[in-house]
Design a protein around this ligand. Structure first.
Ligand code: SF4
Length: 672
């Protein structure tokens, strides 16, 4: 029996698993013991990867209905390996000079933009070990019990007798139910609340002056700005009592190692970038940066979201450089084997502009990879509309049954992760290898080979000479990373195989200096800004662009449904033991009092009318865990994003998924 260690390619934890293979089949899957991320533990999704060997049957040949078109755009995904979205970015952005965005725009764009503005580079500084070392763990708009079980496992491993778990969430999520403190703030009041907390910390002189003086810039301006955020104002906006806000400020002050962790509840908002930065501001003020168990930390969503942010050639040059930096353009062009004039000249237009461009008739072709925007795109009927206008619509996926494939003109079948190889970067900057667990059958090709084949067919010739295999591509990207904050020149393809992974930076020649397996950034108080100091970035909160009204009096909140379900379910609905325990139809949660007032009982049906003009039917689950003023719908059903708004953060262009408003009508059962 052969054992192959590889990486789970669902979420950004990037657990490693040992696959035992006999006669070309996986007979056992065991979470890798000793792997610094998951150490012998994983969630049900990772264990289910072996199920895909029998259920995924890629068709032997592409399906072509019609093929014509000139202007094309692409949408890739943080589910691909580094090498796959790099070659896609090379073919599409460099050679075809076109626009490509990734579905990382839907989850991590706000964190990435916030990091760049505040830290000078998209460099989350923590290691997962910080969850075990912190004494005050504050989750903001994050529900790791369901969405990131390994994060929660690491919290449970924290044996500090003073450990406090604090949750800020309008919903009494599974994590809130397991926390020591839950602050049920009002929907989208977080930015005002964080400025209020900053003001209290400054007024009470809870500031770490040494850290602020030596390692930050903009403190005086920030101090003056937050003076307007009195505790009365914070209380009025957030719905928390003044006593609760003061208590939270004291908890932050008295914690010796305070860590803040945010995810989609923050990122998917209309002022998400500023909210993420306001969290980091609190960490700077209190000196909770670069030390064990601290940090203003973003939890990433997809298995390679971190990698796609730096290596997809969409918003920055390979390894994070600026498209306008001539010297950097020359350096990267030399490495990847083209002249600088053949390289993309500016960042891509964002996802929403691609969809709007198709609907306006300006973009005629679209190639999407391993993503399902008919389901996941906000206000998803706009994507359905767009697909009917395309002259060429290429879908590349392991399933031709995904909703997005419905109107495609070309379908490229590709193999799942267990049959390919490449590299992932997880949420704590750890490079981790995906290695082929099963051999491919006849006519089975990987995403990499598919893109390479298209590039060759398009006549790229010498521009692809250095890109022949994922391993060659990895070497190119490694070289691109040289001298950048993400420098991983000390990481080699063969060394990664069967390893404990490697966090960047890991520069060649300095391996001994970076040998610790769990490393955090900013321990020296140096940041990637020109001054080397972290910046306080802040702005007056905006008015909510979609406030509740008499016509639409409820907030339409969304998020993860269960541990076993993954995003649009194209992969997990193939897994019988997940499917057996998941509801087959769209449902949402409604507050008990609201349900009683409307005569609604468990699993009654309602039609929800969104302020985006769409409506959909949901079954109702009645609960006290959502507030009276909102409904909460799991994202795994296509009806959910039918109702989310076409509204975006102005800096990151990430959709304001959690900002919709709605009303509902009960659907009377026949005979009642
Ligand atoms: S889905 Fe995430 S937590 Fe679950 S096994 Fe995969 S990497 Fe680990």
């Amino acid at each position: 029996m052969k054992k192959v260690q590889s990486t789970c390619n669902f979420c950004a934890i990037d657990c490693n698993l040992d696959f035992y293979v006999e006669d070309g089949r996986i007979v056992k899957t065991v979470p890798t013991k000793g792997y610094p991320v998951n150490d012998g533990f994983s969630c049900i999704k990772g264990l289910s990867l072996s199920k895909q060997q029998t259920t995924v049957k890629p068709d032997a040949l592409p399906k072509i209905r019609q093929a014509d078109g000139s202007f094309i755009a692409g949408i890739s995904t943080g589910q691909l390996t580094l090498e796959e979205f790099a070659i896609f970015g090379h073919v599409m952005r460099n050679y075809l000079q076109t626009n490509v965005d990734g579905n990382t725009r839907l989850c991590m764009a706000s964190a990435a933009v916030a990091h760049k503005g505040t830290l000078g580079y998209d460099a989350p500084g923590y290691t997962l070990n910080d969850l075990e070392l912190s004494d005050t763990i504050i989750f903001i708009g994050a529900n790791p019990v369901v969405a990131h079980p390994i994060v929660w496992q690491r919290v449970r491993n924290n044996k500090n007798p003073d450990r406090k778990i604090i949750v800020l969430d309008p919903r009494k999520s599974e994590t809130a139910r397991n926390a020591d403190y839950w602050y049920p703030l009002r929907h989208r009041s977080d930015l005002t609340l964080f400025y209020t907390l900053a003001n209290i910390i400054i007024e009470k002189d809870y500031v770490d002056h040494e850290f602020v003086d030596q390692h930050t810039e903009g403190f005086e301006e920030f101090r003056d700005f937050v003076k307007a955020f009195s505790v009365e104002r914070g209380s009025e906006v957030s719905g928390l009592s003044e006593a609760q806000i003061m208590e939270l400020a004291e908890l932050i002050h008295t914690g010796k190692r305070v860590s803040f962790w945010w995810t989609m509840g923050v990122n998917q908002g209309y002022e998400a970038v500023r909210t993420a930065q306001s969290i980091m501001n609190l960490a700077f003020l209190t000196g909770n940066v670069g030390k064990p168990g601290t940090g203003g930390n973003s939890i990433t969503g997809q298995c390679n979201a971190m990698g796609s942010r730096l290596f997809s050639n969409t918003t920055c040059l390979f390894a994070g450089g600026d498209f306008t930096d001539e010297k950097e353009r020359e350096r990267i062009a030399g490495i990847i084997g083209i002249t600088p004039d053949l390289m993309a000249k500016k960042p891509t237009i964002p996802y929403n502009k691609i969809i709007e461009g198709i609907n306006a008739g300006e973009i005629k072709g679209l190639w999407i990879l391993c993503t399902n925007p008919r389901h996941s795109w906000t206000n998803n009927e706009t994507f359905a509309e767009a697909t009917k206008k395309l002259e060429l619509f290429v879908v590349q996926d392991i399933y031709d049954t995904i909703e997005s494939a419905e109107n495609c003109t070309v379908y490229f079948p590709v193999v799942p992760g267990i049959k390919k190889e490449g590299t992932y970067i997880n949420l704590e900057r750890r490079l981790s290898p995906m290695r082929k667990v099963l051999e491919r059958g006849e006519n089975e090709i990987s995403d990499y080979e598919c893109i390479l084949g298209v590039g060759r067919a398009l006549g790229m010739g010498a521009a692809l000479e250095k890109w022949g295999t994922p391993r060659e591509c990895f070497d190119l990207l490694r070289e691109c990373s040289k001298g950048m904050p993400c420098d991983f020149t000390g990481v080699h393809w063969d060394d990664l195989t069967g390893s404990h992974g490697r966090q960047w930076p890991y520069p060649e020649g300095r391996e001994a200096e970076f040998s610790d397996e769990q490393r955090r950034l900013y321990e020296d108080g140096k940041f990637y800004t020109p001054s080397g100091r972290a910046r306080f970035v802040f702005e007056e909160p905006l008015g909510n662009p979609i406030p509740v009204t008499e016509e639409f009096p409820l907030v339409f909140n969304t998020g993860r449904g269960s541990v076993g379900q993954w995003h649009t379910q194209s992969r997990t609905k193939e897994v019988k033991f997940v499917e057996d325990v998941s509801l087959k139809r769209a449902y949402l949660y409604m507050n008990t009092r609201r349900a009683a007032e409307n005569g609604i009982k468990e699993m009654d049906e309602i039609r929800v009318f969104s302020s985006n003009g769409q409506n959909a039917v949901f079954a109702v689950k009645v609960t006290d865990n959502v507030q009276y003023g909102e409904l909460y719908a799991p994202i795994h059903y296509v009806e959910c994003n039918k109702l989310t708004p076409s509204s975006y953060d102005k800096y990151s262009r990430e959709p304001n998924y959690k900002g919709g408003t709605c009303r509902f009508e009960k659907i009377e059962k026949e005979g009642t």
